[in-house]
Design a protein around this ligand. Structure first.
Ligand code: TXA
Ligand code: MG
Length: 476
């Protein structure tokens, strides 16, 4: 299909409106993201939106209007608080879910008895909808699962050849989709965080539910929340850690991308592809940049994208929500807590702890024993072989392993299968993070107990552990 490119000039908007009235699809800019519009009252036209996006049709669409009077034709009941929201935030990035009128086709609402209505602030959008003379159903104009397009070139590369026309409106000013709030029940509930924040809403209608982000592992509240979302081709991770930790973590990543706040960029020494998320003090900058940056990372051809932790108030909630979804909930800590476990915590595990502390700056290592006597000193030979290698473990004191230690650790490495079995029995809930050092290093053997042996036995033990630890460097 040939896609016509339209400007925001009145005669072009008129052409676009004609396409909508003939049952076609027109992509138009809004202040949040570009929308893929069709006549909301025509079932066939709405159905064709799904074809263009390649999206399952069980997902309800937002109906866009140009004027306050247009609500009446769509909503059965408009509660007082919903009116207050309209007065305060329309036109703007807020979608209000209301009980629908029968004229709204099932295909728009995915069979729900409610309809999402929004009056965009973008002047081109409103002029276009007004010209159409009908409400315009429009999801974000991305191929399903991809980041929403927030500029013309992104929308063009996704949708050229898939729709009748695209109106070029330049860059979207908000950059994340509208806040979706359900006003159809007794209690107002935010289903999707967006440009209008929970704080702004509470300031005018009082308490609302769902103000903080919808976590990806929660059951979807808004039907559209259940699909893979906002995902570029490369895997996205939320990376937790301070600047030093992040630098160490990224050091050996060959082809990684890092989304980074401006204030932190000067401190990134790792050779990764860095793209700015704006100022750490300005969520509106991150919101505006996020989707475009995810797409840019794909163009740079990175294998993995790391993104920073995001705050949990105001507009950050919306940015955080989109990033967590793009990451599919994958969070990595630059620094990992490793607990090493042997029997008495006087020979093998203190040696392993010493070796790890010296060689693995990104591991926060501690050790304990499954039948240790609290406060026991480390065996003399263990202290001696470590001292030879420049590792001081003299002041280590034995600790008996407990639940808290295991719970806090990211990985628990035991010296033998029997230690692993003991811990697995004591703390079955943490089983999946307990390994033998042998397993973890791929050697699949136990580290035998040097206890009571001579210095050569300890030396061999040291070498054995050191070799295994080396093989674990990149795995944790
Ligand atoms: O900013 C936006 O909202 C953009 C622009 C184009 O307006 N549109 C947008 O549409 O993001 P879409 O289809 O990508 O997301 C619509 C969201 C989905 O999460 C959907 O499940 C929810 O709104 N939604 C729509 N109608 C609903 C309803 N009746 N009940 C519950 N959720 C609804
Ligand atoms: Mg969308």
């Amino acid at each position: 299909m040939e896609t016509r490119l339209l400007t925001s000039a009145p005669e072009d908007l008129k052409l676009g409106a004609e396409i909508i009235n003939r049952g076609g699809r027109v992509i138009f800019p809004t202040e949040t993201v570009y929308g893929l519009g069709a006549n909301a009252l025509e079932e066939k036209a709405v159905r064709s939106i799904y074809d263009a996006k390649g999206r399952p049709s069980d997902n309800p669409l937002i109906v866009h209007i140009a004027d306050f009077e247009d609500v009446e034709a769509l909503a059965e009941i408009v509660p007082e608080k919903a009116k207050v929201l309209m007065e305060n935030f329309w036109p703007g990035p807020l979608t209000i879910i209301l009980k629908r009128k029968p004229c709204v086709p099932d295909v728009v609402t995915a069979g729900l008895d409610t309809v999402g209505i929004r009056m965009p602030e973008n002047e081109i959008a409103r002029a276009f909808i007004r010209e159409c003379g009908v409400p315009v159903a429009a999801p974000s104009a991305n191929v399903s699962g991809r980041p929403s397009p927030t500029n013309f070139s992104d929308v063009f590369s996704d949708m050229e050849g898939r729709v009748e026309a695209i109106i070029d409106g330049g860059d979207c000013s908000v950059g994340v989709e509208s806040t979706v709030i359900d006003m159809s029940g007794d209690i107002p509930r935010i289903l999707r965080p967006g440009g209008v924040t929970a704080e702004m809403i509470e300031a005018v209608i009082g308490e609302v539910q769902g103000g903080t982000e919808v976590r990806p592992d929660e059951a979807p509240k808004s039907p559209g929340m259940k699909y893979r979302h906002y995902a570029p081709k490369a895997q996205v991770y939320i990376l937790k850690g301070d600047v030093d930790e992040v630098n160490l973590f990224l050091k050996n990543r060959k082809n990684a991308g890092l989304l980074c706040f401006d204030e932190h960029i000067p401190y990134i020494k790792a050779e990764v592809k860095i793209l700015s998320l704006g100022s750490v003090k300005k969520p509106e900058e991150s919101a505006k940049l996020l989707f475009a940056r995810l797409r840019e990372m794909d163009r740079l051809g990175v294998d993995e994208i790391f993104a920073p932790e995001i705050g949990e108030t105001g507009l950050w909630v919306a940015v955080r929500n989109r990033l967590y979804k793009a990451a599919g909930g994958r969070i990595v800590k630059a620094k990992k807590k490793v607990l090493v476990v042997c029997t008495g915590n006087t020979c093998r595990s203190p040696i392993a702890e010493g070796i790890m502390k010296k060689n693995c700056p990104l591991w926060e290592v501690s050790s304990a024993g499954v039948s240790a006597f609290e406060g026991d000193s480390v065996s003399e030979n263990a202290v001696a072989v470590c001292a030879d290698m420049g590792i001081d473990i003299e002041n280590h004191r034995a600790r008996l392993v407990d639940r808290e230690m295991v719970e806090e650790a990211d990985v628990v490495l035991t010296m033998t299968l029997s230690h692993k079995a003991v811990l697995g029995n004591l703390y079955p809930e943490f089983k999946e993070k307990i390994f033998t050092l042998g397993e973890y290093s791929g050697e699949n053997k136990d580290v035998s107990d040097p206890f009571g042996g001579d210095i050569d036995i300890y030396k061999n033990c040291f070498i054995e552990i050191e070799e295994m630890v080396k093989k674990c460097y990149d795995k944790i």
